[in-house]
Design a protein around this ligand. Sequence first.
Ligand code: 9G3
Length: 566
Amino acid sequence: MRQSQTLIPTLREVPSDAEIKSHQLLVRAGFIRQTASGVYSYLPLGKKVLRKVEEIVRQEMDKAGANEMLMPALQPAELWKETGRWNTFGPELMRMHDRHNREFALGATHEEVITSLVRDEVSSYKKLPINLYQIQTKFRDEKRPRFGLLRGREFIMKDAYSFHDSFESLDEGYQKMYAAYSNIFKRCGLNFRAVIADSGAMGGKDTHEFMVLSEVGEDTIAYSDSSDYAANIEMAPVLNNYTKQVEAFKELKMVETPTQKTMQEVADYLGHSLEKGLKSIMFKVDDQLVLVVTRGDHEVNDIKLKNLNQASDVELATEEETRAALGAGFGSLGPVDIEDKVEVVADYAVAAAVNVSCGANKDGYHYINVNPDRDFKINNYADLRFIQEGDASPDGKGEIKFAKGIEVGHVFKLGKLYADKLGASFLDDQGKSQTMIMGCYGIGVSRTAASIVEQYNDDKGINWPIAVAPFHVHLLSVNAKNDEQKQFADELYQKLIAKGIEVLYDDRKERAGVKFADSDLIGIPFRITVGKRANEGYVEFKYRSTGEQEDIHEATIIGKLSSLLK
Ligand code: 9G3
């Protein structure tokens, strides 16, 4: 591609609305432009990178036995009404009417479309398992689109769906996708972890998220410093290996805590550490009030609370509801003397508490020297807290550390949920009708491209790994006025592309400094500069990743590049 004939509008200054490196660099280097909030145009270089990432995805998906197809973005509302998701999703699901006033959803995902299609076309166990995938634009009306391609309202996803006649078959299909995802992200040059995740509203059991390690990631990963254990912090279980301190029980006493509200204020006022206090928070779990008690230095994990009761909705209770139930407001709650006004659940750590403080369910008062069993009954101890750095790794090996991650992939064992709702069944080898068992597997293709920039950049710009770079070579002629050099560069350009090498040729009538700065910004792995030594047949060869450069004879270029690009 000749730069004098394409569109690569580079910018010197950082766009004000771009907070993170990948967003800043993709805009400055002329890869993307925002069309609306969370909606982007991919300019030629951006499109080239998308195509490279998609190509890697395709190769690995096809190798895993998946079949590419393409589903519509326009989805009839009837399908979403059949699964009940037309109502469970709010404004995030973009909807529209056609000219006949029929309702449609703009595809945020495709479980409804694919399951209804397979329902209509597959009815025998002989046709199972089957894995169908697409690479397609998705629409999700995010409340706060940000970080450029990382959280857009229109983005490119590879979504795959597998259909099975047994859970064993699903496990096999899931493992194949898990392996394919590992290959894909490895080939993209990404530093990632597959983490145990929460299936959220999708139901089903096993699910893993593929997380690119990055400080700008919105998810927190809990990983072991001595094994490959890694889980989304929402999911990481906490071992119940608390030891009860050996300490004589002291006499329970109620004390005035006139203005102390937060755990820290109460602990400071009563002169003990955070962990010698109990924290009690009122939740509404499927509209049922539940008091959740944890140690003062722990945080309630609402996902674990939700999974504890297989609830569909967990939220904090209001102060009014809390006061109505326990006669006190936030900051004065506790498990003592509340009989069965509300259900009480507690994290395992609470069972090991000795002589601790807690709210007295009376505004401005706390109990001290509180002991479980003697002073309060808990009908349900469970693992209800977020894991913390330094906790033992759930696999028993080493300690937990935290890292931030960008979710670029998510694989689910869906089970029968969608097939049930949409009536996707098959006749088994006994001729008996069975419900299909499904898996679904997503990769954020545009998000993956941006994640690569997050991990491959320096103070000069992007530093693309070869496998996903928009071009292999950036060819520059620095003195546009020198016919001999221009002639040399033109011929070299033809030679390289004749050998199938992907070359971006900067043949613009620009000063050398502008060309070098743009080249560093765009980040193509290898740069060939044609300058004054062209008359001896020598060019300058520069490695974008290390900055090292050397003069080489043009006769050696093809051989050098062929070995570098292998
Ligand atoms: C919606 C909207 C947003 C959504 C969904 C539906 C996330 C939704 C979960 C999935 C599950 C898997 C197939 C590929 C892999 C992920 N956000 N999810 O279902 F209507 Cl607005 O998408 N789908």
